[in-house]
Design a protein around this ligand. Structure first.
Ligand SMILES: NC(=O)c1ccc[n+]([C@@H]2O[C@H](COP(=O)([O-])OP(=O)(O)OC[C@H]3O[C@@H](n4cnc5c(N)ncnc54)[C@H](OP(=O)(O)O)[C@@H]3O)[C@@H](O)[C@H]2O)c1
Length: 340
């Protein structure tokens, strides 16, 4: 069975990666591709350099009637948060499977959108229906999903490392996640702060205590507001990739073998999370351009504490390839279809 799919935001950084993956997916036919309503659009081959030799629909200015006329079964939204928030209700009403790469449906508490995203959520009634698609840690709810909230890039890197270790963390002790992202994490925007001369040769922390991925991470860890958790994002002068170092305390002494064992059990048979052998720590160069996350750990204080290290490609496991994993699961396909 083949599914017809549309991508909105197809010429953006995450959208272009989606188009590249979907164009080669054996169970997918690309039905239509859209940019912003006022855009000029572009030819299919112009979306992504790796598309040479393939053909497909041109990227055209977004128009919901045109999207529906292309008869997709599923729609990927690689659009700004408020755009996704406004588009999702009618797409769901039309019976389409929606995979939203933005943050518009990740948080369950609608009040958090005003506080962290700066807008009143237009469809709070849909928040409980959205499945938070951290694929490897999802159960059957993902297989039945009609609206998938694809996790943020920083949260993906942090949660994959932390979630399987929650039962052995010392209660009340701070968890500190220090994450560095390549500049593509900010999207195609042309802000001065993200221009070459501003970032090349520099490195800085930003958004400490106010980054919108913080409530998402807290929600997925089950941490109430005010519990001792710090998320410290950094801007790294590379195009893509996220490396997170996460400082944790354990209830008892825990060896790197035990940490690796817990991760191995959580991700057994899951090809896109690789646990490195004890003694090895993840590096960006090994994951950039791949749909995989790499995990490793280093013990501190005789094993009472540890630094967990997690690396992903922000545009793939942090966005497009995880979105396709989620699409596969919600479509009844093998999770790795089109990604291996
Ligand atoms: N970058 C990452 O690492 C990353 C990771 C995970 C999640 N995300 C999320 O994914 C989404 C896209 O991010 P990105 O980094 O790929 O952004 P981007 O490079 O700026 O691309 C955004 C895309 O959205 C399109 N768009 C803007 N307004 C629109 C509208 N009103 N209707 C239809 N399309 C519209 C743009 O069209 P034009 O091309 O015509 O301007 C562009 O193609 C964001 O919500 C972001 O938070 C990004």
């Amino acid at each position: 069975m083949v599914k017809r799919v549309s991508v909105v935001g197809a010429a953006g950084y995450s959208g272009a990666e989606l188009v590249r993956i979907l164009a080669a997916h054996p169970r997918v036919e690309v039905a239509s591709l859209f940019g912003s309503p006022g855009s000029k659009g572009c030819a299919f081959e112009a979306v992504h350099p790796a598309l040479g030799g393939r053909s497909g629909p041109a990227v055209v200015p977004f128009d919901e009637a045109a999207l529906r006329a292309s008869s997709p079964d599923a729609v990927f939204l690689a659009t700004p948060n408020e755009t996704s928030a406004s588009l999702v209700p009618s797409l769901l009403e039309a019976g389409l499977l929606v995979i939203d790469v933005s943050g518009a449906f990740r948080l369950k508490d609608a009040a958090l959108y005003q506080a962290w995203y700066g807008f009143q959520h237009p469809s709070p009634q849909l928040l409980p229906r959205a499945v938070y698609g951290l694929t490897e840690l999802c159960g059957e709810e993902l297989d039945r999903a009609r609206l998938v909230a694809n996790p943020g890039c920083y949260p993906t890197s942090i949660l994959l490392a932390l979630r399987p270790l929650l039962p052995i963390l010392e209660e009340g002790m701070p968890v500190v996640a220090v994450s560095a992202s390549g500049v593509s994490g900010a999207g195609k925007r042309a802000d001065l702060a993200y221009s070459f001369c501003e970032v090349a040769g520099s490195y800085k922390a930003y958004g400490v205590g106010v980054h919108r991925h913080e409530p998402e991470i807290r929600q997925a860890l089950g941490l109430p507001a005010g519990s001792p958790f710090a998320f410290v994002p950094h801007l790294l002068p590379v195009a893509r990739g996220i490396l997170s170092t996460i400082h944790v305390s354990f209830r008892t002494r825990v060896s790197p073998d035990e940490v690796a064992g817990r991760w191995e059990r959580a991700y057994a048979g899951r090809p896109f999370v690789r646990v490195l052998p004890p003694g090895r720590l993840p590096e960006l160069k090994d994951v950039v351009g791949t749909p995989r996350a790499h995990l490793g750990s280093a013990p501190l204080d005789g094993g009472r504490r540890a630094v967990l290290v997690s690396a992903i490609d922000n545009l793939l496991k942090g966005a497009a390839s995880q979105a396709v994993q989620n699409f596969n699961r919600a479509s009844g396909f093998a999770e790795e279809e089109g990604l291996s």
